[in-house]
Design a protein around this ligand. Structure first.
Ligand SMILES: Nc1ncnc2c1ncn2[C@@H]1O[C@H](COP(=O)(O)OP(=O)(O)O)[C@@H](O)[C@H]1O
Ligand SMILES: CC(C)(COP(=O)(O)O)[C@@H](O)C(=O)NCCC(=O)O
Ligand SMILES: [K+]
Length: 261
């Protein structure tokens, strides 16, 4: 079967889930998308077989922060469902798609953070931005109006923060995030843990936004919907909840650079 030269498979392999989107080079739209937990990664082959029924993508752009074994697994699955596709493993570098990487060692920056920053700048050009990606870890990164990734912070993500209490104490339970916002001064253990972890996440994002003088705060990641209602942002600061900011960044690269592979 001939490959579709305009279709790109974008992959964001984080430490909890592997997300993917089939993107058209010429438009913002995604033709298909999906996700799988690492333990269920074989689901991806099924999802991709369905998505590539008409034609497999000719190219793949993948951001992986989940390690070498995950990369090998994905390479094997891709060889089966998109044989011959050229695959680029996205890596942080000094400058890409108009974004300057201010990390002391640019390659040390998680490639998902660099991609997310590129995606954030594409959504809010020429503005000071905070991009908070709330996944396994929560990363809170600052981009200035000139397009420079200044730096950021890494903290345990919401789930990890809560489970570290359950793992390392005798009396605290494993909680599940609920849809009801707890009172900041909770009257029971589960809500007290949730209130503490949510406040820590929201506090880091609020503090970073003020310190950076951001006018846009972009919130993304699997835990973003729990954290968004907790945020109290300074007047004039616009909050945007954007799904899949990492893949939006990969798509921006494809659209800006064309045949990057
Ligand atoms: N159905 C779900 N499965 C797993 N994690 C979920 C789910 N819904 C929300 N989450 C939260 O989202 C986080 C994973 O988000 P994600 O952005 O995919 O992370 P990563 O990029 O690190 O893999 C989990 O740590 C958890 O807090
Ligand atoms: C900080 C991260 C663990 C976030 O990963 P995630 O929560 O998206 O799975 C990842 O971006 C990473 O491994 N970074 C390398 C170190 C750094 O960015 O400085
Ligand atoms: K993250």
């Amino acid at each position: 079967m001939n490959a579709n030269k305009n279709a790109w498979l974008l992959i964001d392999a984080g430490n909890t889930r592997i997300k993917w989107a089939l993107a058209d080079r010429a438009s913002d739209a995604w033709l298909a998308q999906g996700a799988a937990l690492h333990a269920e990664a074989s689901d991806l082959a099924v999802q991709w077989s369905a998505a590539f029924a008409a034609a497999p993508p000719a190219r793949v752009l993948a951001a992986n922060v989940a390690g070498a074994a995950v990369r090998t697994r994905l390479e094997q699955m891709l060889a089966a469902v998109a044989p011959g596709a050229s695959v680029e493993w996205f890596a942080s570098c000094a400058q890409r798609a108009g974004l300057v990487n201010g990390y002391r060692n640019p390659a040390q920056l998680g490639c998902d953070r660099f991609a997310a920053a590129i995606g954030a700048r594409a959504l809010a050009p020429d503005r000071p931005i905070i991009v908070a990606n709330c996944g396994t870890a929560t990363t809170v990164d600052a981009i200035d109006a000139s397009g420079r990734f200044i730096g950021g912070m890494i903290l345990p993500g919401l789930g990890l923060m809560a489970s570290s209490l359950a793992r390392n104490t005798a009396q605290l339970p494993q909680i599940q995030p609920g849809t009801l916002l707890p009172s900041p001064f909770a009257d029971n253990t589960d809500d007290a843990i949730l209130a503490g972890c949510l406040s820590a996440q929201a506090g880091a994002i609020e503090r970073a936004s003020v310190q950076h003088g951001a006018v846009e705060c972009i919130l993304s990641g699997g835990a973003a919907s729990y954290i968004a209602p907790m945020l109290t942002l300074a007047p004039g600061l616009v909050l945007r909840h954007v799904d899949n900011i990492v893949m939006k960044g990969l798509h921006a690269i494809v659209r800006a650079e064309g045949d990057v592979c």
